[in-house]
Design a binder for this molecule. Structure first.
Ligand code: URQ
Ligand code: ZN
Ligand code: ZN
Ligand code: ZN
Length: 480
């Protein structure tokens, strides 16, 4: 089955032009005016609409086993919901239990992800360290197409990586041509503040943000960035939620350090008043880490995106329903952390970003797709509208409207942090690997149609780092 998209305007991260786009055998085959294509090609009329690269969400956790339960959106339902929202590739996380073989965990996640409706890739978390972890990192890069390793600086007594693990893993990542990424919250401080909140009788969801103030994130972000600077490795900070970590990133980037920042759609649009809501179930539904912040932090995050100091947007899609969140009804530290977003990211960013003039349509494409593809070495196969790229495309209707609600969304969760928000700008069609899977409100996601996407190591940023290391190599006195 081939598809011809006629009458639209192609929008990439750096160009906007009228053209038809022809896809066949899962690839973009031709881009141009009035293309001559086979009669039996399925035709999509994109008049008055944009043709953009399929969204890439570099941060999801489908069916994650976490805090005594399992995230309610699995790899099929979660990727299907993503397709309905214009996201055609996710980068999820293999998170080995401390002591678990990284390779065994990798296969476990691969087995779970085989039901995906859209393409997927994996960051692998380094949650412990010994020689086998060192070896397995090499196997994952050289044999399994992993080029990014995640480090949780939070979650003490669970998956938290201490400084020794960060230093050893950052060095190994660099040698392998893989980029280290961090969840930057100081887990020791979180743990201490959690105990203090509980001892003061603050057991409700309002204790969650009180135990993770912005300084807790800023300290960890700065520490990780400084460690990366000393080790001469690139670093990607996930879910930057506050001024403090944005400042740490901005300072380093102004010094020429290779630091990348990711912001969640939720952190740009939802503020911390949700935790003071009289309905504790409503408040608990918003418990995720880092927590939603006050409006001044949101304003700073938008400037971070506009200035280019934050490069990607994501969702950290990690769903837990009310009955799962209730595990923490008497102790907020037991509320499973996480919420949804994979279906709404593009629409809420278009509505709050493009419709307000904060982002150009090209910056929107960069922030929802192309930048993640470049940083994680998927470009131009993903994140581009170019001949030879995978036919992952969205026909975007800038005038279409939708009111977001848990009652109508496709995500397998009974809550939506964007509930009631009416957005202008929605995907009218989503094409995943050349198949029309979303068309005018009808979802035709296919269980298992998604494929694992390998990501090669040594993306171009490593050339610069290697030269920097050579030029600044230390020398011994007697070597003169
Ligand atoms: C465990 C995972 C999802 N939960 C969350 N962000 O609150 C993460 O910390 O990114
Ligand atoms: Zn397996
Ligand atoms: Zn995280
Ligand atoms: Zn996460």
């Amino acid at each position: 089955m081939s598809i011809i998209i006629r009458g639209g305007t192609v929008v990439t991260a750096d160009m906007t032009f009228a053209a038809d786009v022809y896809c066949d055998e899962g690839k973009i085959v031709a881009i141009g005016d009035n293309l001559d294509v086979p009669e039996n090609a399925e035709c999509i009329d994109a008049t008055g609409q944009y043709i953009i690269p399929g969204g890439i969400d570099p941060h999801t956790h489908m069916q994650l086993p976490f805090m005594g339960t399992v995230a309610s959106d699995d790899f099929y339902t979660g990727t299907a919901a993503g397709l309905a929202g214009g996201t055609t590739t996710i980068i999820d996380f293999v998170i080995p239990a401390p002591g678990q073989s990284l390779i065994e965990a990798f296969h476990q996640w691969q087995d779970w992800a085989s039901k995906s409706a859209a393409d997927y890739s994996f960051h692998v978390a380094i949650t412990w360290w010994d020689d086998s972890v060192y070896e397995d990192m090499g196997t994952l890069v050289n044999e399994y197409g992993v080029n990014s390793f995640k480090h949780f600086m939070a979650y003490k007594n669970a998956i938290m990586a201490d400084d020794e693990t960060l230093v050893k893993s950052f060095r190994r990542s660099m040698d392998l041509g893989a980029i280290p990424t961090v969840h930057a919250e100081n887990g020791e401080l979180v743990f201490q503040l959690q105990q203090e909140m509980l001892s003061q009788g603050i057991t409700g969801p309002e204790g969650h943000p009180l135990s993770r103030p912005p300084a807790v994130e800023g300290e960890a972000a700065n520490r990780a960035i400084r460690i990366a600077e000393v080790m001469n490795v690139p670093i990607y900070v996930v879910h930057v939620s506050c001024k403090e970590s944005l400042e740490a990133i901005t300072r380093a980037r102004n010094e020429g350090q290779l630091v990348y920042g990711e912001v969640l759609a939720g952190h740009l649009l939802v503020d911390d008043s949700v935790y003071r809501h009289p309905n504790s179930e409503f408040a608990a539904a918003h418990v995720m880490s880092p927590p939603f912040r006050s409006k001044d932090h949101q304003a700073a995050l938008w400037k971070g995106l506009q200035s280019g100091n934050l490069q990607t947007t994501a969702t950290d899609h990690c769903c837990f329903c009310a009955d799962q969140k209730a595990a923490g009804k008497d102790d907020f530290t037991k509320i499973p952390n996480g919420t949804a977003g994979v279906e709404d990211r593009l629409a809420v960013l278009w509505d709050a970003g493009v419709n307000t003039g904060r982002l150009t349509i090209n910056e929107f494409v960069a922030a929802t797709s192309t930048n993640a593809a470049k940083i994680f070495n998927l470009y131009p196969r993903k994140g581009s509208v170019s001949v030879g790229a995978d036919a992952d495309l969205v026909v975007w209707d800038p005038k279409g409207t939708r009111t977001i609600s848990a009652k109508t969304h496709h995500q397998n969760i009974d809550f939506n942090i964007f509930e009631g928000r009416t957005v202008t700008g929605i995907p009218s069609h989503t094409i995943s690997r050349g198949k029309l899977v979303w068309a005018n409100g009808v979802l035709n996601a296919v269980r298992g149609a998604g494929q694992y996407v390998e990501r090669p190591p040594f993306n171009p940023m490593f050339d610069a780092l290697t030269k920097h290391a050579e030029v600044n190599a230390p020398t011994a006195v007697n070597s003169d």
